[in-house]
Design a protein around this ligand. Structure first.
Ligand code: C2O
Length: 339
């Protein structure tokens, strides 16, 4: 049905083809032994998971995230809960690997699918991590690059012997380097002082969250519809700072596609990806736009913490409370950051 929602079909996952992908790239999930089950909300009596900002979360909390990543990395590659398969989810949803019903390559980055897809992704990732840790209250840390105290890569990610490390990052952007939310793809570093950089970052946040997004549709991105283009148009925050932070972490000089973080197919391989996207998810919530009328029947597939294949729709993820998680407040210092 042209104009209708897209339903992801695992049986129609194929090898991504294209000049930007390695020859041997394969990112389809393991085949399930039975039909996917429909998503149901977690029990309201479950502990509320509070996602904390990495810069104030504390050593114990960050060590938990590290242990979760180590446990995921230790699972067999054929296990859908393994880090390898979790990273591949991102690849499958952004390379045209999935062909949806009705036929249209599934691409979650250039339309209103962006926020709900990534919310569902982090939701399952977090529950898998909690299950492996034996901690039902486990919550992923978020990288609050939009508040001054969070504008550096959290130290835990920069330790080369940690499972949180990724050797393919830009070495110039290791801490204490401040993030540049206006990082240009031509890889030129600006020469701002720290104060100027912080001010500029806050202004970018104000611009993308407030000034340029007076309408919900500008914030969310354009409708993704069967029979139309797979890239109808991304929302403001998706374009910047979301994309630029991917590029800023990646190393465009050493790797032409800026893998891992700077390339969609590889971004999930960097453990910082999930903390970056928890922040994006927090910004969606901060905008208090929980409704995405029209996008709601779009369905995605994920394996859950019991390795069951689950079909989840955009409608299912609109209410964080019902998903049993929340964000520890760090403020929104850019709310009024006009230049
Ligand atoms: Cu799915 Cu940050 O991209």
């Amino acid at each position: 049905r042209v104009g209708g929602p897209i339903v992801t079909d695992l049986l129609q996952c194929r090898k991504p083809e294209g000049p930007d992908f390695p020859e041997d790239l394969q990112c389809c999930p393991p085949m399930p032994t039975s039909e996917p089950i429909d998503f149901t909300l977690p029990d309201p009596s479950e502990p509320l998971r509070t996602r904390r900002p990495a810069h104030v979360a504390g050593a114990e909390y960050m060590a938990k995230y590290k242990r979760a990543i180590a446990l995921m990395k230790a699972l067999s590659r054929s296990d859908p809960r393994s880090f390898y398969q979790q990273a591949n989810i991102h690849c499958a949803y952004c390379t045209g690997a999935y062909v949806g019903h009705p036929e249209l390559a599934v691409q979650v980055h250039f339309s209103w699918l962006f926020f709900p897809f990534h919310r569902a992704y982090i939701y399952f990732f977090e529950r898998i991590a909690g299950k492996l840790l034996g901690d039902p209250g486990f919550a992923v840390p978020f990288w609050s690059w939009d508040v001054p105290e969070g504008m550096r890569m959290p130290l835990q990610f920069a330790n080369a012997s940690s499972p949180l490390y990724d050797p393919m990052r830009n070495p110039w952007h290791a801490p204490p380097k401040l993030v540049d939310l206006d990082y240009t793809m031509d890889v030129v570093e600006n020469n701002y002082t720290d104060d100027e950089q912080i001010k500029h970052n806050l202004w970018i946040m104000y611009k993308q969250m407030i000034r340029s997004a007076p309408l919900a549709s500008l914030f969310h991105g354009q409708p993704f519809r069967a029979g139309e283009t797979d890239k109808p148009g991304a929302g403001t925050v998706k374009l910047q700072p979301h994309n630029l932070m991917h590029a800023w972490v990646g190393d465009l000089l050493s790797y032409p596609n800026a893998e891992d973080m700077g390339a969609y197919y590889a971004a999930g391989r960097d453990p910082i990806f999930y903390t970056h996207h928890a922040n994006i998810d927090r910004l969606w919530d901060a905008k208090t736009l929980r409704t995405l009328i029209g996008s709601t029947p779009h369905a995605f597939l994920f394996y859950d913490e019991e390795a069951r294949l689950v079909r989840i729709t955009a409608r299912d993820v609109l209410d964080m409370d019902k998903l049993r998680y929340t964000y520890h407040g760090v403020g929104l210092p850019w709310l009024d950051a006009r230049p």
